[in-house]
Design a protein around this ligand. Structure first.
Ligand code: NDP
Length: 484
């Protein structure tokens, strides 16, 4: 098998296997063919990985930030050099078109390694002068062993978005990818070692949710960073709380995108396409509730349908293909189930709505209009290529409806009215907001959710605070005065 890794896990700088673990079959979503066979981590493998990360941590943290940063930046360069091969692997792991994976996966991972590699040397505490000559200084310290748990939609990116800031701060990591897409994190681990990371600094173990759960509760672990659904987030957050561990939770969403009648329609349609159909709709920050002001509704829907006719659906390895399969049969069935619910609850199907008759797990890009706020497709995260278009009349009305959700990951507005745009984003209850664009997530900007969509932020300088803590040192320059 062409994509079979040397072994299932990467621990202490080497590939490691334990065939006693439950079987994991890796399936190419475009054909249904098995492309690799792996094993879930046994308790012995979990033990080995945590020991390795624990043993490596003090020496890694003792290197200068410059030295750690150099290794991360070298890894970034290697990832860029191998971008095409890594993208082919990612396409086979996820089914996403090569047109996407060559620009959004290893490249985004490399951006994180480069950015946090660059920051590593400048991570410091501060000096705080006090009265009478006393002062405090703070020491920025690593947390220790961090656990990363990933979803299946951006496996390379998630492995790096968690690994890069963790390592920059002097932590070590045990990363568990989703068992649906286990391959690319192994490559990230290999590349880090090749770039000079000492063994044990970044380990990857495979497994189902039970492996993730055993990592989260282990006393050696200081921090858990999860990308996944809200139900999983709730469980992981609760388990981490028991050990008072730090957490970052990057969870799901049902984000609003508001299109006012003064918006540039072409841009708004482009934003809605990117925010609903990129990666076949399997993006957490997608703007799946598209509120369109009544005056331009029909024009918007007409242009959207015309543009969707140009989606090139097919073999994701074909560079002209812009829309691929869903990640798995299970995820396809979830999306098809929601499409049936949309039809049954009375939404108007204006585009797509069916499975595509070919091998693999393809679902047509699907648009429902006349969706109302209480329909299931407007309330629950679908994580598939299903857009709901809702009508609105006034700004006040749409603001309240946009925020009427338990989620708060992202939100967007399309309008040419400058003050309205800023008023709207000020009112959004969401972690990441867009004005006249959608779904961009550069490493320089904080990314994460409010409300049920998560806790903490990834990327940007803020991520450093989530992977380090401050030690306060009070220095007295005076005699100690005690009352007796
Ligand atoms: P899941 O929540 O099903 O799984 C996420 C990860 O957690 C997987 O690796 C899973 O392992 C693991 N896991 C499951 N149960 C436990 C447990 N009890 N303890 C520890 N780990 C566990 O999400 P999906 O993989 O289905 O991904 C889709 C979800 O991820 C969507 O809701 C999406 O919105 C969200 N997401 C959020 C992003 C963000 O940045 N906010 C980005 C991308 C996705 P296994 O798969 O083996 O069960």
């Amino acid at each position: 098998m062409k994509f079979q890794p040397r072994a299932s896990h990467f621990i202490d700088g080497e590939y490691v296997e334990d065939t006693n673990g439950a079987a994991i079959e890796v399936i190419y979503p475009a054909t249904g063919e098995v492309i690799a066979r792996l094993h879930s981590a046994t308790p012995a493998i979990v033990e080995q990985a945590l020991n390795s990360a624990k043993n490596a941590q003090a020496a890694w943290a003792a290197l200068s930030g410059t030295e750690r940063g150099r290794i991360l930046r070298r890894a970034s360069d290697i990832m860029r050099e191998r971008n095409y091969d890594l993208s082919v692997l990612e396409t086979h792991d996820t089914g996403k078109p090569i047109q996407e994976t060559t620009v959004a996966d290893a490249t985004s991972g490399a951006d994180a390694l480069e950015y946090f590699g660059g920051l590593a040397a400048s991570l410091t505490g501060e000096h705080i002068p006090l009265g009478g000559g006393d002062f405090v200084y703070t020491i920025r310290e690593a947390l220790g062993v961090c656990v990363g748990i990933g979803a299946w939609n951006y496996p390379t990116q998630i492995a790096c978005w968690k690994g890069a800031p963790a390592l920059a701060c002097g932590n070590t990591m045990v990363f568990k990818p989703s068992e649906t897409t286990p391959l690319s994190a192994l490559k990230v681990a290999e590349i880090l070692v090749e770039a000079g990371a000492p063994k044990g600094v970044y380990n990857v173990i495979q497994g189902y949710g039970d492996v993730g759960a055993s990592l989260v509760t282990d006393p050696r672990v200081a921090k858990v960073s999860l990308t996944g659904s809200v139900p999983t987030g709730r469980k992981v957050y609760a388990a981490a709380a028991d050990g008072m561990k730090h957490v970052t939770m990057e969870l799901g969403g049902k984000s609003p995108m508001i299109v006012f009648d003064d918006a540039d329609i072409e841009n708004a349609v482009s934003g809605a396409i990117l925010g609903n159909f990129y990666s076949s709709g399997q993006v957490c920050s997608n703007g799946t509730r598209v509120f369109v002001q009544k005056g331009i509704k029909e024009a918007f829907l007409k242009r959207l349908s015309e543009r969707l006719d140009h989606a090139k659906i097919g073999d994701p390895m074909d560079e002209n293909v812009s829309f691929g399969p869903m990640v798995s049969e299970n995820q396809m069935n979830i999306a098809l189930g929601y499409i049936e619910k949309g039809k049954a609850e009375g939404a108007r199907l204006v585009y797509g709505g069916e499975r595509i008759e070919r091998d693999g797990y393809f679902v047509q890009p699907t648009v429902f209009a006349d969706v109302t706020d209480n329909m299931t497709i407007a309330r629950e995260e679908i994580f598939g290529p299903v857009m709901s278009v809702l009508d609105f009349e006034t700004e006040e009305e749409v603001m309240a409806r946009a925020n009427d959700t338990e989620f708060g990951l992202a939100a967007g507005v399309f309008t040419n009215d400058l003050t309205r745009a800023h008023r709207i984003v000020a009112g959004f209850e969401a972690g990441t907001c867009y004005i006249n664009t959608y779904n961009l997530a550069p490493v320089e900007a904080p990314f994460g959710g409010s409300k049920m969509s998560g806790v903490g932020r990834e990327n940007s300088k803020l991520a450093i605070n989530h992977f380090s803590e401050m030690k306060t040192v009070y220095v007295s320059m005076n005699d100690v005065e005690a009352p007796y």
